[in-house]
Ligand binder design. Structure first.
Ligand code: KG4
Ligand code: ZN
Length: 353
């Protein structure tokens, strides 16, 4: 089944074509350089830029897959969660394509896409199949969620951040250190050069639940930066101090997540896989630690096959539509489909049989 999928939930205009779980094309047009000067994504600007680009990105996606519109079997689109003016553009385009081509239209939850990304196939490399029930750990710029997946479409959120997302915490630390936006990846790279020499707090360690919090850590890093800067007459951090702050932050940020994952896995021995998606799943240090956790619990750990499938992309939306259809998801009419900016994974409006 060939599905053309669209994701315009945030600041990437992405259109992909998948054949079942196989990625035939995955075009991502990033707007990052336009939002950079504002230090974050500006929703109306994102909407306008999606509008300008979407048609070309659709064309390029078809071209890279060497397909024409008539080869397509279905259209899928993210309808939430995401920025309303941004979601709007992808939805309008998907509706127009589905109507013009007389093909079924599927609404996809962006977070279900981040789960599906772990099982999408790129090139000839084999990917594992889903073993239910599994624990999905979703770590992105907007979300940090621990989700039990009973079947594709039956998602139960068992833990989540009460404030900032993990990727957002990385980005905010980058901003505080003057590393630019979005600086999560840069913080991770600098952390590799540093040592964990500063003591930072692990939030929610004692809470009996599986929730997380990153705003306390962010504030602790802010105070730490001020304190270390205060030791210099010129008020500037040395490179060694910067890399050590990154390493100390990363250690605690990851440890608090690992603690809750450990707790979830211990409480639920029936879980068969540990599936990790979202932008922060690109972090190699975290991947290593998660593999160790998986080994200790005798679980396979599944990550997206490449970095492009970790951060926002439309191939994951196509794969999620495919898995949803396999599980009985029905198409929607153009009247039924509307953006839902705060859509939860537990919402089954379009996925219930
Ligand atoms: O999944 P994603 O593209 O966006 C949302 O759907 O929110 O994730 C982007 C997030 C950003 O916060 C970015 O800083 C973070 O993922 N990120 C990383 C790494 N690469 C991207 N964080 C830590 N280490 C990385 N290597
Ligand atoms: Zn995302």
């Amino acid at each position: 089944m060939k599905i053309l999928a669209i994701d315009t939930s945030c600041d990437e205009t992405s259109v992909a074509i998948v054949e079942d779980t196989k990625v035939l094309s995955n075009v991502i047009s990033s707007q990052v350089r336009y939002h950079k000067k504002y230090g974050g994504v500006v929703p109306m600007l994102a909407g306008r830029l999606h509008e300008e680009r979407i048609e070309n990105v659709v064309e390029l996606s078809l071209k890279r897959a060497a397909l024409s519109r008539s080869d397509l079997d279905a259209i899928a689109v993210t309808y939430g969660p995401g920025l309303a003016p941004a979601l709007q553009v992808g939805i309008a385009k998907a509706k127009a394509l589905a109507s013009a081509l007389q093909k079924p239209l599927y609404g996809v939850n962006h977070m279900a896409g981040h789960i599906a990304a772990c099982f999408a196939q790129i090139g000839a490399k084999d990917v594992p199949s889903m073993q239910f029930p599994f624990l999905a750990v979703l770590i992105s710029g907007g979300h940090t969620e621990l989700v039990v997946v009973e079947s594709f479409g039956e998602f139960q959120i068992i833990g989540q951040t009460l404030d900032d997302a993990l990727g957002e915490a990385y980005d905010k630390v980058a901003k505080m250190l003057g590393l630019g936006y979005p600086g999560g990846k840069l913080v991770a790279e600098l952390a590799d050069e540093g040592e964990v020499v500063y003591d930072l707090p692990i939030a929610m360690r004692q809470s009996g639940d599986l929730n997380l919090s990153y705003s306390g850590l962010k504030n602790a890093v802010r105070l730490l930066i001020e304190e270390v800067k205060g030791k210099h007459t010129d008020g500037f951090l040395t490179r060694q101090e910067i890399v050590d702050i990154c390493a100390s932050f990363q250690e605690v940020a990851q440890q608090s997540l690992l603690l809750k994952i450990e707790r979830a896995l211990s409480a639920r021995p029936e879980l068969k896989q540990l599936v990790v998606g979202g932008g922060v799943a690109a972090n190699l240090v975290l991947r290593r630690k998660l593999r160790t956790v998986g080994d200790a619990h005798d679980l396979t750990v599944v990550f997206p096959a490449n970095t492009k499938l970790c951060t926002d992309n439309a191939a994951m939306i196509g794969a999620a539509a495919y898995f949803g259809i396999q599980a009985g998801q029905m198409p929607v009419t153009t009247e039924q489909l509307d953006r839902v900016p705060y859509l939860s994974l537990e919402d089954t409006s379009f996925t219930k049989k």
